[in-house]
Design a protein around this ligand. Structure first.
Ligand code: NAD
Length: 263
C-alpha cells in the first residue's frame, strides 16, 4: 500500500497511471518510489528483471522487461500498461547510459557513438511515439524526458555522443511540447546536473581528478541526490505544473547560472 493511502490522504498523483523507464536504479528508481508515495499506479520498465520484479511488487505496480532501444519492446510496454490499467497519464522517459568508451570525439569510435544515440535519443523518440496516441485519445497526459545540463552547456569532461544525444532529447521535447500543447498533453525535459547515481559513480570511479573537475562548477559544491530529481519529476508529472510545457527544467545545483562558484 502506498504511504498516501496508508495516511488516508489524496496523493498528488491519485488515479494516475505512470510508466518509468530505467526504473530500477538512480533517478528512475527514486521516481518510481516517489510516484507511488503520491498514489500513482507505476509501471517499471528496465532490463534488470530481478530488481524490476522486486521494485514493482514493493510499489504495487507492474514490471515490464523493456529495451528502450527496441521499437517492438517499447510498443509492447505501453500497450501492456493500457491493457492492464486502462489508461496512461504519465510517461517518464528516463533510461540512459553513459559508457566509458564515449569520451572525447578523438577517441570515440562510431560503434560507441551509435549505441549511445540508440539508448539515449532514439529511445525517447520511440517512447513518445508509443505513448502519445494513448494520451491523445483522452486529450490528457504529461511526458517528461530526461535530458541533462550538458544539453544546454558544454561540460569540461567530454562525452561526445552523450552530450549530442541529450541535446537531441531537449530539442525533440520542445518540439513535441509545442505541437501537442492544444491537445492537453504536456511534454517537458528534466535537465539534471550531476546526480549521485550508479551512472555517475561509474563514470568517475576510476578518475577522481575528473570528478573533482566537475564539482568545481557546481555552486552548491555537491552532486544532487536521486530523490531531489524525483521531486522535480513529480512536479512535472502532476497537475501542479499545468501551465508548463516544452520547458527546459534545470535541476542542477546552480551550474547553469554560474560564471564563478563560491569557495
Ligand atoms: P542509472 O545508471 O542509475 O540508471 C539507469 C537505468 O536505466 C538502469 O536501471 C539501467 O538498467 C536502465 N537501462 C539502461 N539501458 C537500458 C535500456 N536499453 N533499456 C531499458 N533500461 C535501460 O542512471 P541515472 O543516473 O539514474 O540516469 C537516469 C537518466 O538521467 C539517464 O537518462 C541519464 O543520462 C540522466 N542523467 C543522469 C545524470 C547523473 O549525473 N546521474 C545527470 C544528467 C542526466
Amino acid at each position: 500500500m502506498t504511504k498516501a493511502l496508508e495516511r488516508n490522504m489524496a496523493g498528488r498523483l491519485e488515479g494516475k497511471v505512470a510508466v518509468v523507464t530505467g526504473g530500477c536504479s538512480g533517478i528512475g528508481l527514486a521516481t518510481v518510489r516517489r510516484f507511488a508515495e503520491e498514489a500513482a499506479t507505476v509501471v517499471v520498465a528496465d532490463l534488470a528483471d530481478e530488481a524490476g520484479e522486486t521494485i514493482a511488487s514493493e510499489v504495487g505496480g507492474m514490471y515490464v522487461h523493456t529495451d528502450v532501444a527496441s521499437k517492438e519492446e517499447v510498443d509492447r510496454l505501453f500497450a501492456r500498461t493500457v491493457e492492464r490499467y486502462g489508461r496512461l497519464d504519465i510517461a517518464f522517459n528516463n533510461a540512459g547510459i553513459s559508457p566509458p568508451d564515449d569520451d572525447s570525439i578523438l577517441d570515440t569510435d562510431l560503434e560507441a557513438w551509435r549505441r549511445v544515440q540508440e539508448v539515449n535519443l532514439t529511445s525517447v523518440y520511440l517512447c513518445c511515439k508509443a505513448a502519445l496516441p494513448y494520451m491523445l485519445e483522452r486529450r490528457s497526459g504529461s511526458i517528461i524526458n530526461t535530458a541533462s545540463f550538458v544539453a544546454v552547456m558544454g561540460a569540461a569532461t567530454s562525452q561526445i555522443s552523450y552530450s549530442a544525444s541529450k541535446g537531441g532529447v531537449l530539442a525533440m521535447t520542445r518540439e513535441l511540447g509545442v505541437q501537442f500543447a492544444r491537445d492537453g498533453i504536456r511534454v517537458n525535459a528534466l535537465c539534471p546536473g550531476p546526480v549521485n547515481t550508479p551512472l555517475l559513480k561509474e563514470l568517475f570511479a576510476k578518475d577522481a581528478e575528473r570528478a573533482a573537475r566537475r564539482l568545481v562548477h557546481v555552486p552548491m559544491g555537491r552532486f544532487g541526490e536521486p530523490e531531489e530529481m524525483a521531486n522535480a519529476v513529480l512536479f512535472l508529472a502532476s497537475d501542479e505544473s499545468s501551465f508548463m510545457t516544452a520547458s527546459t527544467f534545470l535541476v542542477d545545483g546552480g551550474i547553469s547560472g554560474a560564471y564563478v562558484t563560491p569557495l
